[in-house]
Design a protein around this ligand. Structure first.
Ligand code: ZN
Length: 278
């Protein structure tokens, strides 16, 4: 087991609003600030969605992603992971649009494999999407973060790995408790982890009140962990988190108390085989 633990901060996502927690970042400046502050609190990776700066509604605009990426890179060398989930995109151009963040050549992009019901919508990831997205990430030397919400997604990832569509050591994000993927329970997490290919790297996230139990399991099982407003708005029951950084600080403290060493960006880049930003 690698004793270093990589913490990802998922600072805004698509769903939380300032009404739910005033610290949810909307503008590229706020999103980049949240990422950099999280880095100072122990996060080596920032997972980025963008919002309409005026309304806070989920957006998927290349210029917004670029501004966030540039603002983070101006200030630190943390690993930037841009989403390609494009959950709100529809129509014939959706696949091409979802790939736009890859061409900005961030360090990493999320790669979703399976279609599923996601809260009140369909999250559509046809097989053609995952093949094209994996190839596009390989062409642009962007590390895929393989997001899996249920065991079938892991089977599909293993198929892509066998076909040589994902190179290097694969990196999985086990997304636990999202309606209507797998539930966030101890048994489910162990089951998911046991389906992963040997020699991969993995991280876990839990939604809402499942965040703390799931990251604790991740720490104990030798995995990596993700926290942040995308997944949860509360530090503990009834106590809203003041910032993403506060949540990262809590996670870093927990990991340290349980005997893990929080990975620096340099260590995280080595573990995930991601080159330094040139
Ligand atoms: Zn995301």
């Amino acid at each position: 087991m690698n004793n270093s633990i990589i913490i990802t901060a998922a600072v805004t996502g698509s769903n939380p609003t300032k009404k739910m927690n005033p610290a949810v970042p909307y503008t590229p400046g706020e999103i980049a600030d949240a990422a950099v502050e999280s880095h100072h609190a122990g996060a080596a990776i920032a997972h980025i969605h963008v919002r309409d700066p005026d309304t806070g509604k989920p957006a998927f605009k290349e210029e917004l992603f670029k501004e966030v990426l540039d603002r983070i890179r101006d200030r630190c060398d943390m690993i930037v992971n841009l989403t390609t989930s494009g959950l709100n995109l529809t129509g014939p151009d959706a696949i091409a649009q979802r790939l736009e963040p890859v061409f900005l050549k961030p360090d990493m992009c999320s790669l979703d494999l399976g279609s599923m019901n996601f809260h009140d919508r369909v999250f559509s990831n046809p097989p053609q999407w995952s093949v094209r997205a994996a190839a596009c990430m390989a062409d642009n030397r962007v590390k895929p973060e393989i997001e899996v919400f249920e065991p079938g997604h892991i089977r599909q990832a293993i198929d892509l790995l066998r076909r040589g569509l994902i190179g290097g050591t694969p990196y999985f994000q086990l997304c636990m408790g999202i309606p209507w993927g797998i539930e966030a329970s101890v048994e489910s997490l162990l089951f998911m982890k046991n389906q992963l290919p040997a020699d991969c790297r993995w991280s876990v996230l839990g939604v809402g009140r499942a965040q703390l139990p799931m990251i604790t399991m991740g720490i104990l099982l030798g995995g990596n962990i993700r926290v942040g407003f995308e997944d949860n708005l509360y530090l503990r029951k009834g106590v809203p988190a003041k910032s993403n950084a506060e949540m990262v600080g809590m996670a870093a403290d927990l990991a340290t108390r349980l005997g893990r060493e929080v990975a620096s960006v340099e260590q995280a880049r080595k573990i995930l085989e991601i080159p330094e930003v040139s």
